[in-house]
Design a protein around this ligand. Structure first.
Ligand code: NAP
Length: 310
């Protein structure tokens, strides 16, 4: 149920608007309100559906706004790279429900397998703008409301590439490592204010993620064979990838935990990789990555370079 009340000073510390009276629509039931970015497909869509089924009132988002088709959650227009768009979407939820209990920062994309130097600086900035700064932008817009409420949960969709390297996926892996560092630090800051932050770390998940890859914009012939090899391997693994429902279930588990963990691996492969990273010798993990992506086979097939002695 939603009723209209009039309050003083709402948002005063946000915009210094003083003692004006503002109209605010407030949710007076115990329904928890969730905001899930990037809910038009894949992990975000599965998460929004799972949360709705668990009893949350869910707002999903897409840059395309509300789309045709029946969903068990509402859709808002949102581009996480735009301050105005983020402010508008968060204000819309606050106007309707007066609170946000759960923020799931999921919106993100990857660059197709390529050498790190095959993406321009603009492209490097662009992937950080969505995968990392977008998440910060959302967090900065929502945390003030959670602080006022005295509680809230933030769940960030990271990746196993937030604790493992990804040769020929360096920029993407860098964004996910950044997500991990930011999330764990933020969790320490906000814990005494009733807000907890967790990262969910899936491995390969069957979604349109690879169909939405951004093509590298500064390709070099040098990397053609390596690019093809890693692309082939990614395609192979994607065919046996787990469903986004597995990640959605992990999000719900983290959101419902009385004492949430900082990081949750999502799915069988992610759990195996987490254990390997934690307990296997670093040299073994290093060799495993090279073997899995056949990196040395590519190097061996290339013509020898003339070595120069200095
Ligand atoms: N699939 C995997 O193997 C995998 C593994 C580990 C982690 N992840 C992570 O899971 C998250 C979701 O990916 P997915 O696999 O579900 O891929 P996806 O199906 O391509 O979904 C990506 C979502 O992000 C949204 N999005 C992209 N750029 C945006 C922007 N600037 N502003 C707002 N929304 C934006 C898209 O919405 P619109 O295009 O409608 O705006 C879409 O809903 C990403 O953070 C990804 O890094 C995926």
């Amino acid at each position: 149920m939603t009723i209209i009340i009039y309050i003083n000073d709402y948002d005063r510390d946000q915009n210094n608007s003083g003692h004006r009276q503002k109209e605010k629509l407030v949710n007076t039931t115990n329904t928890r309100i969730a905001l899930v970015t990037g809910a038009s497909s894949g992990i975000g869509e599965a998460t929004a559906e799972r949360l709705a089924k668990a009893g949350y009132k869910v707002y999903g988002t897409s840059r395309r706004g509300a789309q045709a088709g029946r969903r068990p959650f509402e859709m808002l227009a949102l581009d996480v790279t735009s301050d105005e768009s983020v402010e508008a979407a968060v204000s819309e939820v606050m106007r309707h429900d007066g609170r946000i209990d759960l923020l799931v920062n999921n919106a993100g994309f990857g660059v197709a397998p390529a050498g790190a130097e095959e993406s321009s600086m603009d492209q490097a900035r662009s992937i950080f703008e969505t995968n990392f700064f977008g998440l910060i932008r959302m967090t900065r817009a929502v945390v003030p409301h959670m602080r006022r409420q005295g509680n809230g949960r933030i769940i960030n969709i990271g990746s196993v590439l937030g604790f493992l390297p990804m040769p020929y996926g360096a920029l993407y892996a860098a964004t996910k490592h950044a997500v991990g560092g930011y999330s764990e630090s933020l969790d320490h800051e906000l814990r005494t204010r009733g807000i907890r932050v967790s990262v969910i770390e899936p491995a390969y998940t069957k979604t349109p993620f690879d169909a939405n890859f951004m093509e590298p914009d500064a390709k070099l012939d040098e990397y053609r064979e390596a690019r093809a090899g890693v692309t082939k391997r990614v395609n192979e693994v994607m065919t046996t990838a787990e469903s986004p429902g597995v990640v959605a279930e992990t999000v719900l588990k983290a959101a419902s935990a009385a004492h949430p963990k900082a990081r949750y691996a999502a799915g069988k492969l992610a759990n195996r990789l987490r254990l390997l990273r934690r307990f296997a010798p670093a040299g073994l993990v290093d060799a495993g990555i090279r073997k899995d992506l056949r990196l040395d086979a590519v190097a061996a097939s290339q013509p020898p370079r003339t070595a120069r002695a200095f």
